[in-house]
Design a protein around this ligand. Structure first.
Ligand SMILES: Nc1nc2c(ncn2[C@@H]2O[C@H](COP(=O)(O)OP(=O)(O)O)[C@@H](O)[C@H]2O)c(=O)[nH]1
Ligand SMILES: [Mg+2]
Length: 272
């Protein structure tokens, strides 16, 4: 039996080569947190480490008080591809909201709980975790990296005409009502998917609320190639500003994927 609350909420954890951190992420799902979440899916994006084993061992030894599934993507779809897969899954399975929490333990689901408690998520299309606003806490980020992010937030704020406080943290929540028409399918499949989501939100005038989060970088390995990404992101913003409609309708993937699919590896049903 799965949990039953007023809104049906899916939480997904994109996992790629983070076997050391993933069990710490799973350790965040205590009774209170799980009282808001009907199902957790861990999406293994074809990791080359033992993340899957770490997850299934953890599930054997611990009891997470909600339904948990471990899925393995048919191919490595990139972080954006995993997000699309999770969005599609949420829409198809009748969830009202979908939360993303990165698998490498940089953030905490606890930061979102006060908003769920007060039902604030129901008033917005997106609740987006922000690393660079009043109340946020950063650990292990260099001043240069923080500065760069703040500059990009300002550029995107000008380019989109809405206040952008983070272009893509690892803790976000979306309403599936807004995702239903799958406007995101042609966005980039890599780490730049979230930048496209911000531009899409500006175009479609989604209602967004940023909320402060704690974000740490201790033993995680970031796959972001900073300089390379900085240039590509600017080009993305430039092409949006030049022709918004064209940007929204364009194919942004290098290799379009017909269908984002995954196999269920472990299914841990909660006997509430
Ligand atoms: N880099 C990368 N991360 C992925 C992929 N699929 C899922 N992820 C997860 O996405 C999250 C973000 O990736 P990461 O490299 O840590 O980027 P950063 O934290 O934004 O610097 C992590 O939790 C990864 O485990 C993928 O194909 N590539
Ligand atoms: Mg990370």
């Amino acid at each position: 039996m799965c949990r039953n609350n007023s809104s049906k909420i899916l939480l997904f954890i994109p996992m790629y080569n983070c076997e050391k951190q993933i069990t710490r992420v799973l350790g965040q799902f205590n009774e209170e947190v799980c009282s808001y979440i009907q199902e957790i899916i861990i999406l293994n994006n074809r990791s080359t480490d033992n993340g899957e084993q770490a997850v299934s061992d953890y599930l054997n030894e611990h009891n997470i008080p909600t339904c948990v599934k471990l899925l393995r993507n048919t191919e490595n779809y990139g972080l954006g591809g995993s997000q699309k897969l999770a969005f599609n899954y949420a829409v198809k399975n009748g969830f009202d909201y979908v939360i993303m929490l990165h698998g490498d333990d940089q953030g905490s689901i606890e930061d979102l709980i006060p908003y769920l408690k007060r039902g604030i998520h129901k008033k917005y299309d997106c609740l987006l975790g922000a690393r660079f606003m009043n109340g946020s806490k950063l650990k292990g980020y260099s001043a240069f990296r923080t500065f760069g992010n703040v500059v990009y937030n300002i550029l995107f704020s000008f380019g989109t005409g809405m206040r952008v406080l983070d272009l893509g943290s690892g803790l976000n929540m979306y309403s599936t009502a807004m995702l239903k028409d799958k406007f995101y399918l042609k966005y980039k499949d890599n780490l730049m998917f979230n930048y496209c989501m911000i531009l899409g939100a500006a175009y479609y005038k989604h209602s967004i609320r940023f909320f402060p989060i704690c974000w740490r970088e201790d033993d995680q390995v970031s796959n972001v190639k900073m300089m390379n990404q900085a240039v590509t992101v600017l080009k993305l913003l430039g092409s949006y500003i030049l022709n918004k409609k064209k940007f929204i309708e364009a194919e942004h993937r290098d290799t379009p994927v017909e269908d984002y699919t995954a196999d269920v590896i472990v299914e841990d049903l909660y006997q509430g």
